[in-house]
Design a protein around this ligand. Structure first.
Ligand code: ZN
Length: 373
């Protein structure tokens, strides 16, 4: 098995980074027409900057509002627009679904792609895959690409103005990164791009975890006040870049499988990816038999920023055994990353771990003050 490490070709982050988008694209040797696919808040915040700064850097710009769903219909619609415009670069600006759509359009037309996340709610912006849904919002398929985005540009002023809950959800996704990568490395399993892991991916995943512990609370305070601080800058890098590299080149395990299992319960649909992953991580730590010092450190951090640590906190108020059985079975379906654990994983093991994790998390909440967002 060969070790594989992959990443976006260029990552740029900082205060008002959007001002430098044109220069960054010129630096990569691109010119001509750009098509920007933008979500609603990206449009509101950035449209004027794009319309003044990109032509000044020699690009002509067409901005298209995103329909709201990363579906095949939407991908085809935007691809047709890009062809009509003779676009040479595709830019996605917004949340995860906008970025997923931009990568799909660029891959379809074999064009370079820029991702400008306007929230730090997950680590998807650096990755080489898209999650595609039906126009009604049901999961349809994953599309895997030959390469990661050519440029990821993160404007930290924009992130500082996004709702705090989204940043916290990103911390939930990032919180699992180290533990899942560590599991995959220990088990000598494959990472998310089908290769063996590298010491680089391991180090970045560990740094991701340490950055959360050191900067998470301060970063959350910054976003609540809509200000950019060094702690927020570091935390955004952890949520976006370190977590992205860590999960893709490090690998995933039980935490993300429990997330997938939880989606079988409709009441969890209002909760964000990273929120469900945070509870999934607790399940992973329990079924791996981690010492209470490790579990306590995760619980302390999660509750300090308001991440869910119990079933009730991800919407599951009816935790009858039969319902959790369905979650456990879905979480260990063939192909699930739960099978990256160094031991056999089945529904019985996961069901017991879910119940135990919920008990530990609920008990911790009773004992400590909880941050409400
Ligand atoms: Zn994730």
């Amino acid at each position: 098995m060969l070790s594989v490490f992959c990443s976006p070709a260029r990552y740029v982050q900082g205060r008002n980074a959007t001002d430098w988008l044109g220069e960054e694209m010129s630096r990569l040797g691109w010119a001509g027409n750009v098509l920007i696919i933008a979500g609603g808040s990206a449009l509101k915040l950035l449209k004027e900057t794009w319309q003044t700064k990109l032509p000044a850097a020699g690009f002509s710009v067409v901005i298209e509002k995103f329909s709201g769903e990363c579906s095949k219909v939407e991908i085809d619609r935007i691809a047709r627009l890009a062809e009509m415009q003779k676009a040479s670069v595709i830019i996605g600006a917004g949340g995860g679904k906008v970025l997923d759509t931009s990568r799909a359009v660029a891959a379809k037309l074999n064009l370079p792609v820029v991702n400008c996340p306007t929230v730090a709610s997950s680590d998807a912006s650096c990755s080489a895959l898209s999650v595609v849904y039906t126009p009604d919002g049901e999961f349809a398929e994953y599309i895997f690409y030959k390469k990661n985005p050519d440029l990821v540009l993160v404007d930290t002023v924009v992130i500082a103005h996004a709702p705090p809950r989204l940043l916290v959800a990103g911390m939930g996704d990032a919180l699992a990164t180290w533990f899942e990568a560590d599991t995959v490395i220990t088990a000598r399993k494959r990472n998310q791009v089908g290769g063996g892991t590298t010491i680089s991916a391991r180090a970045l995943a560990r740094l991701c975890y340490e950055t959360l512990l050191n900067d998470g609370e301060m970063a959350l305070k910054s976003v609540r006040k809509n200000v950019v601080t060094p702690a927020l800058e570091r935390l955004i890098e952890a949520n976006t870049l370190l977590s992205g590299l860590g999960f893709e080149s490090g690998g995933l395990a039980v935490a993300h499988s429990i997330h997938n299992g939880l989606t079988t319960l409709p009441e969890t649909h209002h909760y964000l990816h990273g929120e469900k992953v945070a509870f999934g991580l607790l399940v992973q730590l329990v079924c791996e038999g981690k010492p209470s010092s490790v579990i306590d450190e995760v619980l302390r951090f999660a509750t300090s920023v308001g991440l869910p640590v119990s079933l009730e906190q991800v919407g599951v108020t009816d935790s009858a055994r039969a319902r959790l059985q369905v979650v456990a079975e879905r979480s260990c379906a063939p192909g699930e990353t739960a099978h990256n654990e160094p031991f056999d994983v089945d529904a019985d093991l996961l069901l017991d771990a879910i119940i135990a994790a919920d008990a530990i998390g609920s008990e911790y909440l009773r004992r400590s003050a909880v941050v409400h967002l």
